[in-house]
Design a protein around this ligand. Sequence first.
Ligand SMILES: Nc1nc2c(c(=O)[nH]1)N[C@H]1C(S)=C(S)[C@@H](COP(=O)(O)O)O[C@H]1N2
Ligand SMILES: [Mo]
Length: 396
Amino acid sequence: MRFTPRAVISPNARLGEGNRIGRKMARRQFLAYSGAGLAACRRIWAQEGQFIGTVPFLDERDAAVGRVTGRGLNGRLALDLSTLTPQMLTTPNDQFFIRTRYPDRLRAGAPWKIRVHGLVERVREIPVSELVAAAEPQGVHLLECAGNSAYRNFGLISAAAWEGLPVKVLLEKAGILPQATRVLISGFDGHCTPAPGSVPGAGWIFSLDEVETYRPFLATEMNGVPLARDHGYPVRLVMPGWYGCTCAKWVNEIVLLDDLAPATAQMKEYAARTHQAGVPHLAGDFEPAIIDQVAMAVRVEKWCVAGAIRYRVIGILWGGQTAVKALMIRFNPALGYEPVRGYVHETNATWTLWSHAWRPKERGRYAIQLKIDDPGIRTRRLDAGYYVRRVEIKDV
Ligand SMILES: Nc1nc2c(c(=O)[nH]1)N[C@H]1C(S)=C(S)[C@@H](COP(=O)(O)O)O[C@H]1N2
Ligand SMILES: [Mo]
C-alpha cells in the first residue's frame, strides 16, 4: 500500500473480487504498527509512507459487525465497511448485510410458487422454476436498509451482481386488466417470534410507471449462486436505487391494483425513513423510496510519511441518479468544506470509493461530514447530518 494523497480510486476496478486479502493485510499491518505514535514515526523514514493503522470511529460500538446475530425479524448482519477496497464493488455473499433472517415458518422444501392475482384476466401460480429458467444477469446493484445508522456502524449496506427476471416481463405475461395502475410485490413473513419495532409482512406497492422507470427484477441469484436463505431464497425483489424495505424477500405474491389501493403495513412502517410526507393512507400518495445522493467516510488511515504523521480518509459515494462532480468534506463545522478530488464517479448503481488526504492541525475530536455542492442533486439525508462520523486524533 502506498500513501498517495490524491490517489484516484477508479470504479473500473475489477468487479466481484473478494476483500479477504485486503482485510488480512490491514489487520497484520495494524497489529505491527498500532503502537506507533509520532516518536516512533520520526524513527521510521519511509519516503513512500508506512501504514500505521486505522483510527476507530467514536460512538459506534456494534461489537457484532461482520457477524450474524439473532433470528427471524431480529436477525441482523452488518457489513464491516472499514474493509472496503477499490476492487470491492460487490460484497461477498457471506458478508452481504442482513435485515431479517429467514422466517422459521418458511417451508424451504416445498415447490415455491408466486401467486399473481387482483386485476388480471385470470389468477396464476408461477412456479419459481419458471423464473430460474428465464433468469438473466441484471447487473450490479446496491441495497441499503432505510434504517442504516451509527447503531449498526452504518453497515446495513451492500452490493451484489444479481440475476433474475424483470418484473415487467412477468407482468406482460400476466394478462393485466386495463384498470390496473399499481402492483403489490410481497414476501413471506411467517415468524413464530414477534420482534418489537418490526411489523411482519413485507410488501411494497409500485406504480406501473415506476416499474417502467426503475426496472425492478425478481432475483434468483446473487453473485453467481442461488440466493442464500437469509437473502430471500428462492426469490426476492430488487428495486434498483430504492431503499431495501421495498425489496421483499421470499416473494410469494404479486397483486395488480388500482389507484385506490391502501398503503401496506410495511410502507407505513417505513414512511418516515423513506422521506414521505407523513404516513400516507393510499399507496399512490407515496413518493418513490429512492436513495438520495449520499456519501460518508468508511475508514480513517494513519500513516507515517518521511517522519511525519499523515491521515487519509477513505469513503464511499452512493445513491442518487446522476454523476457527482462536486464532493466536499469538512472535519468540523468551524473548519469549512474543502473539495474531495480523489474519485471518479461513473455509476449510481453501486458505491464509488473516494479518498482524501488530511492533515489535522490539532489533536482532538473531529466530525467528518460530506456535502455535494450542486443544487441540482437532492441530498436530504446527507444534509441532515445523518452520515457524520467522529474520530479522535491523538497524534498530529
Ligand atoms: N419478507 C421480507 N422481506 C424483506 C424484509 C422482511 O422483513 N421480510 N426486510 C426488508 C428490508 S427492511 C431490507 S433493508 C431488505 C434487506 O435485504 P437483505 O437482508 O438481503 O440485505 O429486505 C427487505 N425484504
Ligand atoms: Mo430495511
